[in-house]
Design a protein around this ligand. Structure first.
Ligand code: ADP
Ligand code: ASP
Ligand code: MG
Length: 419
């Protein structure tokens, strides 16, 4: 008998029939003698639909109200799931994030969990019932206000609860069979990984592989929670995310992609000490996190250079406005904004001890006729920026060039809209 936390994503509970299917699975796990705590996401694309609805009312919704609105999605799915489990003769009780003891800071829209005190969940499990917790939400205790954890945040709720409850495993049920060498929606030849280390999974998540939220992987690594990513539509074993085995580090774990970033270029920045510091102070003061940075060699004679950086496209407006306001002080000529970029990242813990990985990556892109606009590297990752129109093609070319293509069946995508 084990204590299992199971998280079901939006595509796994997108309609009544799916909720019933998930309920069958939960009941079977409970009847097998396990204690089961379930974390559930909002049904299908409910969160996106609620965001669209708010946008019809106002372009700038107050963040506090936005969080209350978005947490409604998970309340719907948690109560329906509890009803479906009852219907099958097993007691289940649903809890909001606040009731489950998920305490966060006060940053609406991307709150961080600072504590989890799941006494009501423990009580429920001790009584032999199934506890169902609304994912993606918590409470800022100081203000007693509802917060959300950022998109994909139910993954983090699940891992945080698994850590607090001392669960044996945190199972993340989704619409694909596990973590693949690339997004199966783009690369049908992607291969399922049996295991992946926390570090590689962190890079994959940070580089856009939304199968797991970045924070959830950080949390799992910090608390040593074993995470099993698998499909709610099949009984196949999925991918175990765990401490890496240093003996078996593959050169490449996978290829991730991200189309949510944009590029800002400041043209003709005076190439003197202090300018880069000032540019990024201005951007940071606007609350914007940046990703890659490229500074060109300055033009002889003018002593001026171009500075480009990438950032989440959602923050593009805030960053360009702040930079425009500081144009005279910084002394640049023009700010250019491009949101038609895509980022491809090659990730692998083994690449740090293998020469030639970058050369092979660049060759694959050049053979495919794809121009590289920016490059950045870490010990276990190489990222390049390309035109967004060529991103899918780039991902497939690189996947093939690193011999990652499966020679077996194509990867299955069981559901979801990929939104
Ligand atoms: P859920 O609704 O279950 O939280 P998500 O849509 O957040 O599901 O995440 C699952 C999706 O992640 C998959 O459908 C797939 O398109 C995408 N994905 C991106 N990269 C990968 C990868 N490397 N392996 C598996 N899935 C990936
Ligand atoms: N429903 C939230 C979202 O769509 C949280 C989640 O699904 O994990 O982002
Ligand atoms: Mg998700």
């Amino acid at each position: 008998m084990a204590l299992i936390v199971q998280k079901y994503g939006g595509s796994s509970v997108s309609d009544a029939a799916s909720i019933e299917r998930v309920a069958d699975r939960i009941v079977a796990t409970r009847r097998a003698g396990n204690d089961v705590c379930v974390v559930v996401s909002a049904m299908g694309d409910t969160t996106d639909d609620l965001i669209d609805l708010a946008q019809q009312i106002t372009a700038a919704p107050p963040q506090r109200e936005m969080d209350i609105l978005l947490t409604a999605g998970e309340r719907i799915s948690m109560s329906l799931l509890a009803m479906a489990i009852h219907e099958r003769g097993v007691t289940a009780r649903s809890f909001t994030g606040q009731q489950a003891g998920v305490i966060t800071d006060d940053v609406y829209g991307k709150a961080r969990i600072i504590d989890v005190s799941p006494s009501r969940i423990t009580e429920t499990l001790e009584q032999g019932a199934v506890a169902i917790v609304a994912g993606f939400q918590g409470v800022n205790q100081a203000a007693n206000d509802v917060t959300t954890l950022g998109r994909g945040g139910s993954d983090t709720t699940a891992v945080a609860l698994a850590a607090a409850l001392g669960a044996d495993v945190c199972e993340i049920y989704t619409d694909v069979d596990g973590v693949f060498t690339a997004d199966p929606r783009i690369v049908p030849a992607a291969r399922k990984l049996d295991t992946i280390g926390y570090d590689e999974m962190l890079e994959m998540a940070a580089c856009g592989a939304k199968v797991l939220m970045l924070r959830c992987v950080e949390y799992a690594r910090r608390f040593g929670v074993p995470v099993h990513v698998r499909s709610s539509y099949s009984t196949l074993t999925g991918t175990l995310v765990t401490k890496e085995n240093p003996m078996e580090q593959p050169i490449i774990a996978g290829v991730a992609h991200d189309r949510t970033e944009a590029k800002v270029t400041l043209v003709d920045v005076p190439d003197v000490p202090g300018k880069a510091a000032r540019i990024f102070e201005v951007v940071a003061a606007a609350g914007v996190n940046i990703d890659m940075i490229v500074q060109n060699v300055s033009v002889v004679g003018t002593g001026k250079t171009d500075v480009s950086f990438t950032l989440p496209a959602a923050d593009g407006d805030a960053a360009t406005k702040a930079l425009e306001a500081a144009r005279e002080e910084i002394g640049y000529d023009e700010v250019r904004y491009d949101d038609t970029i895509g980022k491809l990242s090659l990730i692998g813990a083994g690449m740090k001890s293998h020469p030639g990985v970058s050369a092979r990556l660049f060759k694959a892109l050049s053979d495919a006729g794809i121009n590289i606009e920016m490059i950045s590297t870490s010990e276990i990752r190489i990222s390049v920026v390309t035109s967004v129109d060529l991103l899918d093609q780039a991902v497939r070319a690189v996947h093939t060039a690193f011999d990652l293509d499966s020679d077996q069946d194509q990867a299955v995508v069981y559901g979801g809209t990929g939104r």
